[in-house]
Design a binder for this molecule. Structure first.
Ligand SMILES: Nc1ncnc2c1ncn2[C@@H]1O[C@H](COP(=O)(O)OP(=O)(O)OP(=O)(O)O)[C@@H](O)[C@H]1O
Ligand SMILES: [Mg+2]
Length: 366
């Protein structure tokens, strides 16, 4: 079956004054897909979303929705629902009036409006707040209402600009699960903007990683996590250890690296092959390093060190280990079960070669 493309960006560019803030952005979004734009503050997420919504016009490139060119078409003709980065409910209107606002513009009958408002209130699990004013709701409830207001017009496209960023951690997670459920239930094509990698990983079918207005990588959460296209993507998506070194041996699909601080690391060949003698950067995630109280000589993929600092975080403990001249971050489940291991103890760090990521030095792309 041929894929239905709902939204297409073709070489979109946006300048403010003479500053290019979105470079050559191309993307095809399938019907029903949940896509996240992920990147640091100022990388162009909101600007791109506003171009899709029609609040801003691209300087170059084409924007297509359901195959129709949308450049120059005003927002209200694009059939989309949007939730903005900051709270955007009208304070002087009740919840029901806020939600119905979009319907009024579309000239619906009163009975139908009421029914649709109630339906979306049920959908966001706030069936009994229709008569309240926004100030009588919690932050999380207000964002649910903002989402309900976006959904009530039954948009063909839902645009969400960091809708969870003003909420505390627990509520964020709750509403994140709600969003996931909503998307599974109604299947509306969704673009979700965030700078939170966990949100992007947990919600998305695909993630677009942006950096300084350029697309670094487009891929599924597992592709982005396990096969990052650049050092930026790998380091942005989670904590990691970064070691610098030289390739000493390449044999078939395996290789050895001698790091500047004295580790011997074996790894699998990266997608873009490296050669003996080449300078590379080696990455190992903290959760991939196994800590033990064993004493063993340093060797391939293992290093002796001293436990410097621990932070107990419940499900796991974050540790810092001084090994050679490196400080390694290590994430340990149940450190409390490692008898006698406390700050100051000698420890052995080990990891598997398939958990080592090697990239050519100087930020070349794989
Ligand atoms: N109206 C404007 N005039 C001039 N520069 C702008 C304007 N709007 C945005 N910018 C600049 O464009 C860049 C991208 O801004 P944008 O709001 O898209 O970032 P963002 O990725 O949404 O960031 P955040 O995560 O902080 O919301 C920033 O450098 C910003 O300063
Ligand atoms: Mg923004």
């Amino acid at each position: 079956m041929e894929k239905m493309i709902d939204v297409e960006l073709r070489n979109i560019q946006k300048k403010f004054q003479n500053n290019i803030v979105v470079h050559d952005f191309s993307l095809q979004i399938e019907k029903g897909e949940f896509i996240s734009f992920l990147g640091p503050s100022g990388c162009g997420k909101t600007t791109t979303l506003n171009m899709i919504a029609g609040f801003l016009e691209p300087d170059e490139g084409d924007l297509l929705i359901k195959g129709k060119r949308m450049n120059g078409v005003p927002p209200y003709k694009r059939e989309l629902g949007m939730v903005f980065q900051t709270y955007s409910l009208f304070p002087h209107m009740t919840v029901a009036e806020n939600i119905a606002y979009g319907l009024k513009l579309r000239k619906q009958s009163k009975a139908e409006m009421q029914e649709r408002v109630q339906r979306v209130l049920d959908l966001v699990k706030l069936p009994n707040v229709a008569d309240r004013y926004p100030k009588q709701l919690s932050g999380g409830q207000r964002q649910r209402i903002a989402i309900a207001r976006a959904l009530v017009i039954e948009p063909s496209l839902l645009l969400l600009d960091e809708p969870l960023s003003n909420l505390d951690a627990k509520l964020r997670e709750e509403l994140r699960d709600e969003l996931k459920r909503l998307h599974q239930e109604i299947g509306v094509t969704t673009i979700f903007v965030t700078h939170d990698q966990e949100e992007a990983l947990s919600l998305s079918d695909r993630i677009v990683v942006l950096n300084h207005g350029s697309v670094e990588q487009i891929g599924t959460p597992t592709e982005i996590y396990h096969n990052p296209a650049s050092e930026f993507v790998h380091t942005f998506i989670g904590k990691t250890n970064r070691l610098h070194g030289v390739v000493t041996k390449v044999e078939g699909n395996r290789m050895k690296v001698q790091t500047d601080k004295g580790f011997v690391v074996s790894a699998l060949q990266p997608a873009k092959a490296v050669q003996e003698g080449q300078r590379v950067t080696v990455f190992i995630r903290p959760e991939k390093i196994v800590l033990s109280a064993e004493t063993a000589p340093a060797g391939v993929n293992q290093a002796n060190g001293q436990l410097m600092m621990t932070s107990f975080l419940g499900a796991f403990t974050e540790c810092q280990v001084q090994a050679g001249g490196e400080i390694l971050d290590v994430k340990v489940q149940m450190l409390e079960k490692l008898a006698g291991v406390t700050p100051g103890s000698s420890v052995l760090c080990q990891w598997h070669e398939e958990d080592v990521l090697v990239m050519p030095a100087e930020g070349d792309r794989l």
